[in-house]
Ligand binder design. Structure first.
Ligand code: PEP
Length: 247
């Protein structure tokens, strides 16, 4: 399967950030990247970035969506609106949403299903905290999140999983290659049990957490790692291009 490098801009970016998409396009110009390339900006930038990226190898995604298509939900944005603005995918269940907004796996699953119903790819995030890892609970936590958050009927075309250890996000820390391999293998096995062996092998499992140009090649070479979800290092086109070059 073709790997995916997806950038999560989180709550960063203003109109002027369109220049980063232009720079990213320029850096990819002429050489088809070995991976799919996506930037997920804040909702305010989905439309201008989708316009700027049109016709290039860069796809635009989004961050989070409501479970409903429309209605009385002040401040929320539906998957259909993100699709209409030009998004191809949406990140759901990020640990920052789970922590800051108390999002449960049950809610994440409903959001993922709403995203797919709107024609978006759902990028479903999972990952243990440091306390959970130190208690030896990593695999049980990740399994519970996968079981609870995976959208019904998930396929490789509709769903991407992102394994992001919470303690590795924005910290500069990364798990060892063995730790990443163990969790990704467990997620693949979990997907087999929840879907089918064939679908399980078509669903991309991204690694996320302090991926940068200097460690991307090593992380992306690990078994069952089908791409990266990148926060901080996706904000500057040069850094993100350095990660894309590692595929
Ligand atoms: C993220 O939050 O999705 C992430 C991976 O962040 P960072 O790359 O900055 O650790």
């Amino acid at each position: 399967m073709k790997p995916l490098a997806a950038g999560n801009w989180k709550m960063n970016g203003l109109k002027a950030s369109v220049s980063e998409i232009n720079a990213l396009k320029d850096s990819l110009d002429g050489a088809a990247p070995a991976c799919d390339v996506m930037i997920c900006p804040p909702a305010t930038l989905v439309l201008p970035l989708a316009d700027a990226a049109a016709g290039s190898a860069v796809q635009i995604g989004a961050q989070d969506c409501h479970t409903a298509v429309s209605g009385a939900h002040t401040g929320d944005i539906s998957a259909a609106m993100l699709k209409d603005a030009g998004a191809a995918a949406v990140i759901v269940g990020h640990s920052e949403r789970r922590a800051d907004h108390g999002e449960t796996s049950e809610l994440v699953k409903t959001k993922a299903e709403a995203a797919i119903a709107a024609g978006l790819t759902a990028i479903v995030c999972l990952g243990e905290t440091l306390a959970e890892r130190e208690a030896g609970d990593t695999l049980s936590v990740v399994h519970a999140q996968l079981n609870g958050s995976l959208p019904g009927g998930a396929t490789g075309a509709t769903t991407v999983i992102a394994y992001e250890p919470v303690w590795a996000i924005g910290s500069g820390l990364t798990p060892t290659a063995d730790q990443v391999a163990e969790v990704h293998q467990a997620i693949r096995a979990g997907l087999s049990a929840l879907t089918s062996a064939e679908e399980a092998h078509s669903i991309r499992i991204l690694y996320g957490g302090s991926v940068k140009p200097s460690n991307a090649a090593e992380l992306m070479a690990i078994d069952n790692v089908d791409g990266a979800l990148v926060g901080g290092a996706s904000l500057a086109a040069d850094d993100f291009a350095g990660i894309i070059a590692a595929f």
